[in-house]
Structure formats: C-alpha cells, structure tokens
Ligand binder design. Sequence first.
Ligand SMILES: Cc1cc2nc3c(=O)[nH]c(=O)nc-3n(C[C@H](O)[C@H](O)[C@H](O)COP(=O)(O)O)c2cc1C
Length: 187
Amino acid sequence: MSNDRKFRLVALPGSVRAASVSKAILRTLRDTAPAHVAIEVFELDDIPIYNQDFDHDPPAPVRALRAAITAADGLIVLSPEYNHGMSGVIKNAIDWVSRPGYASILVDKGVAVFTTSESPLGGARAQADLHKMFLSTLSRVAPGREVSFGNTARTVVDGKLVDAALLKRAWTLIESLLAEIRLIQGE
Ligand SMILES: Cc1cc2nc3c(=O)[nH]c(=O)nc-3n(C[C@H](O)[C@H](O)[C@H](O)COP(=O)(O)O)c2cc1C
C-alpha cells in the first residue's frame, strides 16, 4: 500500500437531538480532518428500535448504516453518558449491525471510542461500556488515552468543539485508529 492512501471513517453520534453536542464534536472532527482522512458523520435519527425479526430484511435506514460501515475503513463512536452508561441510541444502532453474532461487519473493524457529557468527567463512566460492547462484536478498539469531552458548556460553542487540547487528544486517538486499521489491513 502506498503512504498517500486516504482513510475513510464513519462517525456515529449517540444522540439524535438537533442541538446535540455529540453531533457537533463529530462535525468538528470531520471539518478538521487532515488530507489523508475523510470522516462521514452518520446520524442515527432514522434508525428504528432493534427487532431481531428483521435481521435478514432490515429497514432502509439500517441497510444504509450497514453499507456505510462496510465501506468504511474504520468507525468512530461518540456516546453521551446517559445514567452512567452509553446512550440507547448507540447501543440500538450497534445491536442492528452486530448480527450475525461473531460474523458481522463489526468483526475486525477498527473503532475509536469517545464519550461526552456536560460534567467535568465528560461521560467517562460510559467508556467502559463501549469497550465491553466492542469486545463482544470482536471489533478492534484503538488503544490510547481515553478521550472524554467534558465541560461542554464552554468547550463546545456555536456547534463547534473549541477546546484545542481536547481536539488534539481526539486526533491522537484517531491516529491510533489509523495505525490499527493498517495492521488489520495487513500494511
Ligand atoms: C437521560 C439522560 C441521562 C443523563 N445521564 C447522565 C449521566 O449519567 N452522567 C452525566 O455526566 N451526564 C448525563 N446526562 C447529560 C448528558 O450526557 C449531556 O446532556 C450530553 O451532552 C447529551 O448529549 P448530546 O448533547 O449529544 O445530546 C444525561 C442526559 C440525559 C438526557
């Protein structure tokens, strides 16, 4: 593989509200991506509640999500902390794409996980949830220092992440994801 390849990443925000901080942060990552990275923010607003009856004939929004993940080199997941865990929005979306178990499109997919909350902890309690979930899907969570986007009343302003240090730490973790993808793809 050449060194000038481009990495395609799909980013899932774990909230569907219009003024979502999770969406804002992922859009900031998309808009600050270096030339070798393209990030598609895939909003989960239209994903219905998971129903195993439709595993083999999923609704159109789920088919679109599966296609986006399949086409991507890797995944970025950013969940708000809800009641000390990940949001149901993220869990529901991952449940849809996690079938068939141990043979889904998530197997050996590189993933970078992030959390957010308005508290100084930034949803850190939901980080372990995300790691545990992606263990079950046999995905490859990028190693690195945890990045939890906290204090969002001042770090996310006018729909943008404005904290340069947090943004830098996020990109350090995404670079770790790119290294993991290179390993997975045998480069
Ligand atoms: C149902 C619910 C539960 C929440 N639980 C927690 C929590 O346990 N810990 C925390 O720090 N923040 C909690 N929050 C605050 C959210 O993490 C915060 O509002 C976050 O920014 C929401 O994400 P969004 O802006 O992308 O919608 C909760 C918010 C809601 C709506």
